[in-house]
Each structure stands twice: as C-alpha cells, then as structure tokens.
Design a binder for this molecule. Structure first.
Ligand code: GLN
Length: 239
C-alpha cells in the first residue's frame, strides 16, 4: 500500500513502489498496489506499507486522517507488517514535528522520536552505514531535525557524507521491528535492493509463513534470476 500517495511523494519516492512491485513480481508474486489518500478506502488486507516525503503543508493535510488511521497502523506494525517511511512520513511516524513556522504536527508514535524544524535545510547526498543492509545510499532534503528516544535503534550512522537525523548525533533513520524510517530519498529502493528484499521477505513470510520467501527465491526460473541480478547490478552503479 502506498500511504498518502498524493500528498507525500516527492524526490522520486514513488520509485520505491515500482521497485517493490517489480521485484515481488520477479520473485513470483502478483502484488496489487493500493494507493491510499485521506478519506479513502482502507484495504482489507495490507502486506506492506510504503510512505514518502512531503512539504510541511502536505504533512498538515494528511495529519488528521493519519491520526484516525493511527490505531490500524499501530496494529499492523505490532503484527510485523513491513513498512518504509521516508522523510515527511518518517517524521509523522514519530511523536510530533514542530515545524520551523511554529506549527505542531502530531505524529502517531510508532517510532519513538520527535522532530523540530530549523531554518537551514539539510540537503545533499547521504551514505548511511547500516548493520542489516551495508551502506545505504540516498539523498536528503529536510528542515526537520529528528531526535530518537533512548533505546530506539537508528537505521544506521552517517559520517562525512550527509546530515542524517539531525546533523548532530550522526544517527540516520530508525528501525522498530519491521518498520523502517529514514531521510533517504533517491529513490531509496531502486538503489538499495537489500532494503527492498528485506521488505518483500518480511511481507511474504508474514503472510505465508516463516521461510516462504527463501523457498520461493530458491526455485525461481533462470530468467527471473537473471533479471534480479541485472537490477542489482544497475543499483550497484547508481549515483
Ligand atoms: N517537510 C519536512 C521537512 O522539511 C519533510 C521534507 C521531506 O519529506 N523531504 O523536514
């Protein structure tokens, strides 16, 4: 499901949806993408949730609906549903975003974090050194500085390349169970297939049982295997 596709989808974040759909297809699944916008119909079954970034105004527009959908999103997250939230939705998956204009946008608190806007934006390429996925590459553009609560695990750390969560403590993003929050636009998933496959694997195993993804991946036709390898090769050349 693409969460708030209309308002929260900038700097190529919709590439994440295309990548998940394409790779899941190559792994032999037939995903159907549901585009959810405020006031829309919530699908009966949700296997994976992708959310993008947005302007402060866009975040303001979805805030009320997000508050209403907060309980169902919490329940899905608690049940292990994989989710990837980029920038603006990452901020609103935290507790709140106090914008540089002084507005307080309430989040839904799936990720223990809060964000405070500042006048100078953090813009540029980003390299995130992560435990689970190696070096993740992307692009950041945000005014909000995000601070993780004690004990919340960052997605990774930044050094010379990029600001990450706040430009101060070198953390980038957050991981809470199968929920990933990050400032990485780019799009993220075409350039970082390990993250895409993590999300697909988690979705498949949650739905069909532990080990289901590995079993499926081990029995792929040669041409699918080759195409996945080609996509991985393209990603390794991504700038
Ligand atoms: N509006 C938010 C900020 O500036 C998020 C921006 C984004 O999603 N790129 O911090």
């Amino acid at each position: 499901m693409s969460l708030y596709h209309r308002d929260m989808n900038i700097y190529g974040d919709s590439g994440n949806i295309l990548t998940v759909a394409r790779r899941a297809g190559l792994y032999g699944f037939a995903p159907s993408v549901h585009y959810y916008d405020p006031g829309g119909v919530w699908p009966d079954r949700v296997d994976l949730v992708l959310g993008g970034g947005g302007q402060d105004q866009g975040q303001g527009r979805i805030m009320e609906d997000l508050a209403a959908r907060g309980p169902v999103l919490h329940a899905l997250a608690d049940d292990g549903t994989p989710m990837l939230m980029i920038c603006g939705l990452y901020q609103l998956f935290g507790d709140y975003f106090q914008t540089s204009a002084g507005d307080r946008l309430e989040g839904i608190g799936i990720i223990g974090a809060h964000t405070v806007g500042r006048d100078r934006r953090m813009i540029g390429n980003l390299v995130d050194h992560t435990d689970g996925f190696g070096d993740v590459i992307g692009y950041e553009n945000h005014s909000g500085q995000t601070y993780l609560d004690d004990g919340v695990r960052p997605l990774g750390t930044v050094d010379a390349q990029g600001c990450g969560n706040n430009g101060e403590d070198r953390t980038e993003g957050a991981r809470v169970g199968n929920v990933i929050g990050t400032y990485m636009h780019g799009s993220l998933l075409p350039k970082n297939p390990a993250v895409a496959d993590f999300l697909i694997r988690a979705a498949v195993d949650r739905r069909y049982g532990r080990g289901a993804f590995a079993q499926q991946a081990a029995s792929l036709p040669e041409e699918n295997r080759r195409e996945i390898a080609d996509l991985d090769d393209l990603a390794s050349r991504a700038g």
